[in-house]
Ligand binder design. Structure first.
Ligand code: KG4
Ligand code: ZN
Length: 346
C-alpha cells in the first residue's frame, strides 16, 4: 500500500510517501526564517507560506520516493490540533487530491502522529499498555494506550507546554527562535546545578504539569540583572558561561519533572512500554534521563525513542499512523473530514 501523507498543522509544510510502514520520502519545508524575526509563529504568515509551498512539497515527496501520484493507494492528512488557517490548507489540499485521484483519505490527529513516530523502526512484540509522554511546542501530555489507536490522557500541562517554555526562555535571554534546540546546545556546556530552579508540581499527586512559573523565574533573573547592569552594558547582560548555566539549570528542571511524572505514571498503570514523542523528545538530556530512569526503576518495561528527525513536525509520522488505521480497517468519507484546531486524543 502506497501512502501519501500531508502535515501543515503549524509552521512546517510537510509531505511524505510510505510503502506500508517504510518511509520512502519525508519532505519538510520549514518556515523558521519567516517567524524567527517575530520570536514565534505568526499564523497569517504561516498560512501564506503553506499555500505557496504545499504543492511543490508534495511533488518533491513523490519524486524523491520515485512514485507517481496515480500509484498512491491512500492519502492521509493532519486535521488538528493546530493553527486553524494552517490546518485548513493541508486538509483542503488533501481533500481535493483525494477527490481528483478518487482515493481514500484518512484524517490523523497531530498528536497521535507524534506517538506513531515511535513505530518508524521495526518494533516486534510490542506490548500494551503503553505510556507516551508527548512533549511539543503546543502540548505536554501523558497518554495511556491500552492498545493501538486507543488513547486516554492521564495528565497534561495546566499552562505552558514544555517546548513553549524552552521557546519563551530563549526569547527572554535573546537567544533566538525556536528556543529548544538553542537552549539544549547551550545546556550541554553549562552547569545544571548553577541555578536552583524549582521542579514545578513534582509533589502533586496527579500527572499534570506546569511550566509557566519556571519561565517567570528566568524572567526575574533577567530583571534583576537589568537593574544591576549599567545602561551601556544592557545589551549583553549575561556572560556566555552564565547563559550556558541558566540553560543547563532550566533544562534540568523541565526534564526532571517530565521524567519523574512519567516514571510515577508508568508504575501506577503497570505499563509494559514507555515512549516519548514531539519536538522536545529530540532533547538529548531528556532521552538520557528517561533511559536511565527505565533501567533503574522499571527494568522490565521497554523504552521506545523516536528517531530524532521524526520528533519535530513531519508528515512521515502522519503516514505511519494512517498505515495502522488502514490496517485496522478504519475508513473516513473525505467529505466528512473537518479541521479541528482543538482536537483531543480522547
Ligand atoms: O512537535 P513540534 O515540532 O511542534 C509542535 O507540535 O509544537 O515541537 C516543536 C517544539 C518547539 O517548542 C521547540 O523549541 C522544541 O519542540 N524542541 C526542543 C528541541 N528540539 C525542538 N526542545 C528542547 N530540546 C530540543 N532539542
Ligand atoms: Zn507537533
Amino acid at each position: 500500500m502506497l501512502i501519501l501523507a500531508i502535515e501543515t498543522s503549524c509552521d512546517e509544510t510537510a509531505a511524505a510517501v510510505l510503502r506500508d510502514k517504510k518511509i520512502l520520502s519525508n519532505v519538510v519545508s520549514s518556515q523558521i526564517k519567516i517567524h524567527a524575526k517575530y520570536g514565534g509563529v505568526v499564523p497569517e504568515a504561516a498560512a501564506r507560506a503553506h499555500t505557496e509551498v504545499i504543492m511543490p512539497v508534495i511533488e518533491k515527496a513523490l519524486s524523491f520516493a520515485r512514485v507517481k501520484k496515480e500509484q498512491i493507494d491512500l492519502l492521509s492528512v493532519t486535521f488538528g490540533p493546530g493553527l486553524i488557517t494552517s490546518l485548513m490548507i493541508g486538509v483542503d489540499t488533501a481533500k481535493t487530491l483525494a477527490f481528483v485521484m478518487n482515493k481514500p483519505l484518512l484524517a490523523v490527529n497531530h498528536l497521535e502522529g507524534h506517538i506513531y513516530a515511535n513505530f518508524a523502526l521495526p518494533v516486534s512484540n510490542l506490548q500494551f499498555p503503553l505510556l507516551c509522554l508527548i512533549v511539543s511546542g503546543g502540548h505536554t501530555e501523558l497518554v495511556l494506550m491500552p492498545k493501538h489507536l486507543k488513547y486516554k490522557v492521564i495528565g497534561e500541562t495546566r499552562d505552558d507546554a514544555a517546548g513553549e517554555a524552552f521557546d519563551k526562555v530563549a526569547k527572554l535571554l535573546n537567544l533566538g527562535y525556536p528556543g529548544g534546540p538553542i537552549i539544549s546546545r547551550l545546556a550541554d556546556l553549562g552547569n545544571s546545578k548553577a541555578f536552583a530552579f524549582p521542579r514545578p508540581m513534582i509533589q502533586s499527586l496527579d500527572f499534570d504539569f506546569s511550566f509557566s512559573g519556571l519561565k517567570t523565574d528566568v524572567l526575574r533573573l533577567v530583571r534583576r540583572r537589568h537593574l544591576e547592569t549599567s545602561r551601556r552594558q544592557k545589551k549583553d547582560i549575561f556572560k556566555k558561561q552564565e547563559l550556558q548555566d541558566i540553560a543547563a539549570s532550566f533544562q534540568a528542571a523541565v526534564v526532571d519533572v517530565l521524567v519523574f511524572k512519567t516514571a510515577e505514571a508508568a508504575k501506577k498503570f503497570k505499563v509494559k512500554t514507555v515512549a516519548i514523542s514531539g519536538g522536545v523528545a529530540a532533547n538529548r538530556c531528556l532521552r538520557q534521563k528517561i533511559q536511565k530512569m527505565i533501567k533503574k526503576e522499571l527494568p522490565s518495561a521497554r523504552l521506545l525513542l523516536p528517531p530524532p528527525n521524526l520528533c519535530s513536525d513531519n508528515a512521515a509520522m502522519i503516514g505511519l499512523c494512517a498505515f495502522y488505521k488502514a490496517r485496522a480497517g478504519i475508513k473516513t468519507a473525505w467529505d466528512k473530514i473537518r479541521v479541528e484546531e482543538n482536537a483531543r486524543l480522547d
